[in-house]
Design a binder for this molecule. Structure first.
Ligand SMILES: [Zn+2]
Length: 116
């Protein structure tokens, strides 16, 4: 089955239900952390998936390096330190998630970004 939000392939036992849609764990966490109904970058990242290669962009490497140094970090701090807007950050994050480099987690109800 496929995540309704980002189009990622998900195993039956990993599927989560959010707002009546079947989504992967990452999207579920996103939706739980900041509920919103309209999400233009989901389309972008789904399209982008097909182009995903094992090589990282400069910014993606920077995100991975940052997390190696700093550990799990709330996205606001990460974007501030790397000089990214939240939209730019989400675009970099989508391929990183699907390459299983970086993921989002909920810690005490707050979203943090950490290494896979
Ligand atoms: Zn998803």
């Amino acid at each position: 089955m496929k995540c309704r939000k980002c189009g990622a392939e998900i195993k039956e036992n990993e599927a989560m239900e959010a707002y009546g849609q079947t989504v992967c764990e990452d999207c579920y966490i996103d939706m739980a952390a900041k509920p919103k109904t309209c999400d233009p970058w989901a389309v972008y990242s789904a399209k982008n998936l097909k182009n995903t290669e094992s090589s990282l962009t400069k910014m993606q490497s920077a995100i991975v390096d940052y997390l190696k140094k700093n550990g799990p970090t709330p996205p606001e701090n990460l974007t501030e330190d790397l000089g990214l807007s939240m939209d730019e950050f989400e675009r970099e994050m989508a391929p990183l998630r699907h390459m299983e480099k970086v993921r989002a987690q909920l810690r005490e109800g707050k979203k943090v970004i950490c290494l896979w």
